[in-house]
Design a protein around this ligand. Structure first.
Ligand code: LLP
Length: 454
């Protein structure tokens, strides 16, 4: 295996979130990049660019590591749920369901995708701070567990759920723990649009006892995303165990404790997130300890990984086009995608790693800035990045794009979304077709009076 300056190969094969590139990534004898046994430049030629590529081995490894770690470190029952907001498609839902995961959804679209992808309603939880009547009805009909986020949810469910078929519910708490990527704060009240404030939880729990249509069986909290520390989740276990005790005392048969998602991933060399197993170990130990200290039976432990399950199994291939040298300032290389297929750099100033797929080694590097093709100066994917000399037509792989890229993509400038393929052992399957400009007109309506008469 050949080393490289811009990304490491197979650093921690059991924990894909600690590898910038998918774990099956290799450099072949012709020094070209290969993922899942497929040479990336061949995929780009066959399916066009930009192209989202998933490595099935990485994805399944991440799933298996979550399942295995929960079994190893948590003595009670457990169910990991895929936070499908990270990337929702029929194939990803089917693959992740086949590994024994449940799923978290936040809209009818995500619910529908999960159900059609083969997830059982019983293994889906439905979140959201402003669920509509129709969304709640759809979730209820499909036996999905509904996460009560506010009083509006309760009022709508009164009109939907019946005493004969009570709605299965979880209660979302605002736990007073706020994470900013590398540090966190604890406060009594949080400025968050999600969940019930700790002060009102008791009243809500008592109110729910009065409703025969309500079957509250779980508690939920989520404290943030791309978190590298484990201490916030240790603290969270104590906060949730207190509420668990209170809820049981009031009379609710709480059996599920859902601690949300948030485990960080490696986007660039400097990132050093905990492994999946370490994260699960810490969470398991904290929940066990918090429950023992309060004489509580162990609940079924749920967690909701999104990014750490799918991000590093995915990458995006672009084709390099125009080059602009601003003497003494910067060299821009423009690619055939950008902020519409990856809005994270312009939205969060997120950093990524990349390499030329047919020249993956950073020999004789030059400093370039990779720009997208959208009409926006800030449409830059990687700023001041080192690449070997390259020319128009070369393919570039940007790593770590499996989460929150496709799911946050847009058609800005009426640019169609890329296709997605999944690779495994030298084989490739198309799992999402490329949008065509014609597709973008499908929902447009042109009233007769706007059509020129002659
Ligand atoms: N559960 C709940 C209730 C959530 O709100 C989230 C993420 C997750 C689980 C999954 O968190 P993860 O394991 O992926 O960190 N668009 C942003 C990320 C927003 C995350 C929102 N909630 C980004 O691109 O960085």
């Amino acid at each position: 295996m050949v080393g490289s300056k811009s990304f490491e190969l197979n650093r921690d094969i059991d924990s894909p979130n600690r590898n910038i590139a998918p774990v099956s990534t290799e450099i072949n004898e012709c020094e070209k990049l290969v993922v899942g046994g497929c040479q990336l430049s061949e995929l780009a030629k066959k399916y066009g660019t930009p192209l989202y590529v998933f490595d099935e081995f990485s994805l399944r490894t991440a799933c298996k590591t979550y399942i295995y770690s929960l079994k190893k470190h948590y003595p009670g029952d457990s169910l990991p749920l895929y936070a499908s907001k990270a990337n929702s498609s029929l194939s990803l839902c089917a693959l992740i369901a086949s590994e024994g995961f449940g799923l978290d959804a936040v809209s009818e679209g995500e619910l529908l995708t999960a159900l059609r992808g083969g997830m059982k309603g019983e293994n889906i939880v439905f979140h959201g701070n402003n669920k509509s009547f129709n969304e709640l009805k759809f979730a209820y009909k499909n036996n999905v567990t509904i996460v009560l986020d506010n009083h509006h949810d309760i009022e709508l469910l009164k009109k939907i759920a019946s005493d004969e078929k009570p709605a299965k519910l979880m209660l979302r708490l605002t736990p007073g723990i706020e994470c900013h990527t590398h540090e966190y704060i604890r406060t009594g009240h949080l400025d968050s649009k999600f969940g019930f404030d700790p002060d009102e939880v008791e009243t809500v729990l008592k109110e729910l006892m009065r409703y025969n249509w309500a079957n509250l069986t779980g508690l939920h909290a989520h404290i943030g995303s791309q978190i590298f520390e484990v201490q916030p989740h240790v603290d969270l276990a104590g906060v949730m165990a207190d509420i668990l005790k209170l809820a049981q005392k009031i009379g609710h048969p709480i059996v599920d404790l859902n601690i949300g998602g948030g485990l960080g991933i490696k986007y660039v060399k400097e990132d050093n997130p905990p492994s999946i197993e370490k994260w699960i170990e810490v969470i398991s130990n904290s929940v066990v300890k918090a429950c023992r200290e309060r004489n509580l039976d162990l609940p079924r432990l749920m967690c909701e990984p999104g990014r750490s399950l799918v991000a590093n199994s995915g990458l995006t291939i672009y084709k390099i086009g125009a080059k602009k040298v601003v003497p003494g300032i910067r060299t821009y290389l423009s690619v055939d995608g950008g902020m519409s297929d990856n809005p994270r750099p312009i939205t969060y100033q997120s950093l990524y790693s990349a390499c030329l797929v047919d020249k993956p080694l950073n020999l004789k590097s030059e400093k370039v800035t990779i720009a997208g093709k959208h009409c926006e100066s800030g449409d830059v994917l990687l700023k001041d990045f080192f690449l070997p000399p390259c020319e128009s037509g070369d393919f570039l792989a940007v790593f770590g794009t499996g989460a929150y890229n496709y799911s946050m993509s847009s058609n800005y400038n009426r640019i169609p979304r890329p296709a997605t393929v999944i690779v495994s052992k030298g084989g490739v399957d198309l799992i999402q077709k490329r949008e065509l400009p014609e597709d973008l007109l499908q929902l447009d309506v042109l009233p007769d009076r706007f059509i020129p008469k002659n």
